[in-house]
Write a protein that binds this ligand. Structure first.
Ligand code: PSU
Ligand code: MN
Length: 316
């Protein structure tokens, strides 16, 4: 049996595709497992609103009863945010989730995988996964999927809980171009600086789109990682986080927390230890990234439509 995958598009996404409108994919793990209730639901809705306000159409991606959903309605978003049995689905989990009709939230890896195959070109998230600290080699599936999916991923770098220099090296080795959007340094999630470089600083949406189009023309199959620092007002500098992060890492080791649980564990530990300031930073950067992604999606969409119309006029 070789059934092809089918996507369940929301009415809004379906209409946007028919009208050639700009689309922005959003992940759902951050909603189900990354943020506490009720901020998770508020943020999920707010990200969608911000994208619409910028003239693009949001497509939050999740698995519902084994179906790959591209775009969720109000009720489905609420379900992902509030149900207590939503699984965290990375790419290795997709076959099981589909076959066994699970409800699940998608990570950067599985969201990129689905968005890329559904024809979406831009995806906004908070921080990507990467190479974890510690002795055991634990590398998020986000990285290999980024290395093999030609999509623009807007994020604030990799999550601060990771080994950032090792993550940066991994991206370089696997040919993922890293753009600093209005910044010279790779952002470090809650913090604006990491001491690590980007491949190029770019100051406008149209310059990002030029690079993406060049990447497509070259036939390079990796993602274009567009990194945007957390807004200054909400930044929590890396230094201020050192002790709570070390404590969280210690506790995770003692409690033998690993695999898919480690990232949410570390993030929630830090939110508590910082009196909520990392949570506010997380929400602020998610919102900002959604806005930037919507602007990029629009510029990209306009440039594609322009090329199409000039092809038509060439023929006449
Ligand atoms: N960014 C956040 N919160 C999150 C995540 C990212 O602000 O919860 C999620 C993303 O979905 C990312 C995942 O793909 O954490 C990485 O988890 P892992 O290291 O298990 O691959
Ligand atoms: Mn892992």
């Amino acid at each position: 049996m070789t059934d092809n995958i089918t996507f369940r598009m929301s009415t809004e996404v379906e209409a946007a595709r028919a009208a050639n409108e700009a689309l922005v994919a959003l992940e759902s793990t951050v909603i189900a497992h990354g943020l506490p209730h009720p901020q998770n639901l508020e943020t999920a809705r707010r990200l969608e609103e911000l994208i619409r306000k910028e003239g693009a159409v949001p497509a939050t991606i999740a698995i519902l009863a084994g179906q790959l959903h591209v775009g969720l309605n109000e009720e489905q978003i609420r379900f992902i945010a509030e149900d207590t049995d939503i699984k965290k689905i990375s790419v290795r989990d997709l076959p099981v989730a589909v076959a066994q009709k699970w409800n699940g939230a998608t990570t950067v890896a599985s969201t990129s995988w689905i968005a890329g195959r559904a024809g979406l070109k831009v995806f906004a998230t908070g921080g990507i996964g990467g190479v974890h600290r510690g002795v055991l080699p634990d590398i998020s599936a986000d990285l290999p999927v980024l290395a093999s999916t030609p999509i623009i991923v807007v994020c604030s770098g990799a999550k601060i809980v990771l080994d950032l220099p090792a993550t940066r090296e991994w991206l370089e080795t696997h040919g993922v171009t890293v753009v600093g959007y209005q910044c010279d340094e790779l952002p470090a999630f809650y913090s604006r600086s990491s001491g690590l470089g980007v491949d190029v600083r770019v100051d406008s949406a149209s310059d990002v789109v030029e690079i993406y189009r060049a990447q497509q023309a070259l036939g390079i199959k990796s993602a274009l990682l567009v990194t945007v620092p957390v807004p200054e007002k909400f930044e929590v500098p890396a230094k201020a986080l050192t002790s709570s992060l070390n404590e969280a890492l210690d506790q995770a080791e003692r409690q033998q927390i690993g695999g898919r649980d480690i990232t949410p564990f570390l993030l929630s530990h830090m939110a508590q230890a910082s009196g909520g300031s990392t949570l506010r930073a997380n929400i602020a950067l998610l919102e900002n990234n959604a806005r930037v992604a919507a602007q990029l999606a629009r510029v990209l969409n306009d440039s594609v439509l322009q090329v199409r119309s000039s092809c038509f006029s060439d023929k006449v």
